[in-house]
Write a protein that binds this ligand. Structure first.
Ligand SMILES: Nc1ncnc2c1ncn2[C@@H]1O[C@H](COP(=O)(O)OP(=O)(O)OP(=O)(O)O)[C@@H](O)[C@H]1O
Ligand SMILES: [Mg+2]
Length: 569
């Protein structure tokens, strides 16, 4: 059985594929709330629907802990750390839904948003390895899984070319540009942007329903005002938050009814301070009341997304160079969403998927059909790495960016890449204790200013210390995408996907020598320039096995030579 688990911000979806047939793993509740609660009386964690229902004084509840994985890995629920919450949640999924239906799990894939850093990915991977007792567990970026599912389920009309995937989830909306080669042998995730948490998403519509429908209705019917803090839902005390959460649940029900039937009637007794509200609304009115929320989606597509797409050469004027838009995620089924997207991208076919477990199915299809056929799944990894360097001269550490650009290079999702090679300088890198310490930090790409203070209190993604006698001559650092880790040669490296150490720049140095040989034959190039280039390359000889630091200088020499050739006519 191939198993796919898509941990969403609001709901978790599970899919299973056995001998080419889908297995109903959670038929009654296709959607499992990604929620956890801690009860002090039992000192236990509870998950899913039960976590939403349980209540007692001092109970601690968390709805969107997937967002904490991204932002706040130090998060705690009662005395439990985030990694324990994640492990507990996966154990709950296994014992509650999977164990009874699945006699033998062949392999497991979990979805991951591309903006999860190595630490978040490791928490997920470690928890899954512990709970399922498997080593072969894969993390697949969500939009790739969605496209794989769509194309496997629609073999006759698969989507190829350049595809914009728009995933409108519970707490977030993700936009990703994907490239699918026509033979489907290569799928590439080029870039992924997440719309701000409070901009447009399924739950933002729910907040909008409270703000623009429930509260004004209550105030109109009773003549009493509801304090502002209830309207924003922010800075609420525990008891108030409980009331607000009840409103959110009712708002979601209203939204789902409108979406299914085109209208909804509701009655909420004891809405606020004993007062009730009831009304009827049709789709047109709903769209009118929630116009401010919908307009955020419109503004995002027409401004920020357009600017980013322009940088990627995917739009010029009103002309989008896209082949398809794949609209998915529960929020995309809300009334009006498809129309807004169609208006923002005129002429581009919008394919909407109403299968809530599309991503989870994609995870199974990838395992079953793609993994063995060596289809390559590539993605950028939108993070920068910084190495802490000990400066022997002023006895201080400083941070230096590692130039390997994972944020723009397309990396195989199972690949292992050498991102740094250096030879420790005994007088420079070694600390007064005669140790060599290698610390590497990770920062999301596009973070504004990277100052020394930015790294205070941050945990490195790689930390190795060598004593004086153990210091290697050369140190290589690898990014292992399969294992979601950074590792060196000398460490007990994590699992490597077979034959997946991928040299990024094969024979880099010998190819520069070949360039020199070629250039030497051109009579229009200044011989002094060629001589300088040869001297420059001679100096790089001892770096021949590694990408050398001043490659930019090499490129400049080659460009100057080229300019002289062009100028010679
Ligand atoms: N038919 C529908 N009409 C309108 N909204 C819907 C419908 N079905 C689900 N939703 C909304 O979609 C949201 C959940 O979507 P989904 O399950 O795709 O999100 P997620 O996977 O949990 O989040 P993410 O992908 O952002 O991590 C909820 O806000 C839910 O109310
Ligand atoms: Mg999702």
């Amino acid at each position: 059985m191939y198993l796919g688990i898509d941990i969403g911000t609001s709901y978790t979806k599970i899919a299973g594929l056995l001998e080419g047939k889908w297995v109903d793993i959670s038929p009654e509740e296709m959607l499992i709330p990604t929620a956890a609660a801690y009860l002090p009386s039992t000192d236990q964690l509870y998950f899913g629907n039960l976590a939403l229902r349980l209540d007692e004084p001092g109970a601690d509840r968390v709805f969107f802990f997937k967002l904490d994985l991204k932002r706040y890995v130090d998060f705690q629920l009662g005395p439990y750390q985030l990694r324990e919450v994640v492990e507990g949640f996966l154990s709950f999924l296994y014992s509650q839904y999977i164990k009874v239906k699945v006699p033998h799990i062949k392999s497991l894939a979990l979805s991951v948003p591309n903006y999860f850093g190595l630490k978040s990915r490791q928490i997920l991977l470690d928890a899954a390895r512990t709970v399922f007792g498997l080593t072969d567990i894969y993390l697949v970026p969500e939009p790739l899984a969605a496209l794989i599912a769509y194309n496997t389920l629609n073999v006759r009309q698969p989507l190829d070319g350049t595809i914009l995937s728009i995933d409108i989830g519970g707490g977030t909306t993700d936009f990703s540009f994907l490239d699918a080669a026509s033979d489907m042998q290569e799928l590439i995730l080029e870039s992924q942007f997440q719309i701000g948490y409070d901009a447009f998403s399924g739950s933002e519509l729910d907040h909008g329903i409270i703000r623009n429908i429930f509260v004004p209705l209550y105030q109109m019917e009773t003549g009493q005002r509801i304090p502002e803090k209830y309207i924003t839902g922010k800075s609420l005390l525990a008891a108030d938050r409980q009331l607000y959460n009840f409103w959110l649940v009712e708002a979601e029900k209203l939204k789902l009814k409108i979406s299914r039937n085109g209208y909804a009637a509701w009655y909420l007794s004891d809405f606020y301070k004993g007062g009730s509200i009831s009304s009827y609304i049709n789709q047109n009115l709903f769209l009118k009341y929630l116009e401010p929320v919908y307009s955020k989606l419109q503004v995002y597509c027409r401004s920020f997304l357009r600017d980013r797409a322009a940088l990627l050469g995917l739009v010029a004027g009103d002309d989008w160079h896209l082949d398809y838009i794949l609209l998915q995620g529960g929020g995309s089924l809300a009334p009006g969403v498809k129309q807004i997207i169609a208006e923002c991208f005129p002429g581009i076919p919008v394919i909407i998927s109403d299968s809530p477990d599309l991503v989870a199915r994609g995870l199974c299809c990838w395992n079953a059909h793609y993994l063995d056929s060596h289809t390559s799944l590539k993605t950028i990894y939108p993070f920068d790495f910084y190495r802490e360097i000990y400066d022997g001269l002023d006895n201080q550490t400083k941070l230096e960016k590692i130039p390997f650009d994972t944020a723009n290079l397309e990396l195989d999702i199972l690949g292992r890449y050498k991102i740094l090679t250096f030879s420790p300088e005994i007088n420079g890198d070694v600390t007064p204790e005669n140790e060599l310490s290698l610390k590497i930090y990770e920062v999301a790409q596009g973070e504004a200013v990277i100052t020394q203070e930015r790294f205070l209190g941050m945990e490195p993604v790689l930390e190795v210390i060598w004593s004086e006698k153990e210091i290697p001559v050369d140190i290589n650092v690898y990014l292992n995408m399969y294992n979601c880790s950074l590792e060196t040669d000398t460490q007990a490296a994590g699992p490597i996907w077979p034959e997946k150490t991928i040299p990024m720049f094969r024979d880099l140095f010998s190819r520069q020598l070949e360039s020199l040989k070629l250039i030497e034959n051109y009579k229009h190039i200044n011989p002094d320039l060629i001589k300088d280039f040869a001297i420059h390359l001679e100096k790089q000889k001892h770096h021949a096995h590694a990408p050398y630091d001043n490659h930019a200088q090499t490129v400049i020499y080659k460009l100057l030579c080229q300019l002289q050739i062009l100028d010679s006519k």
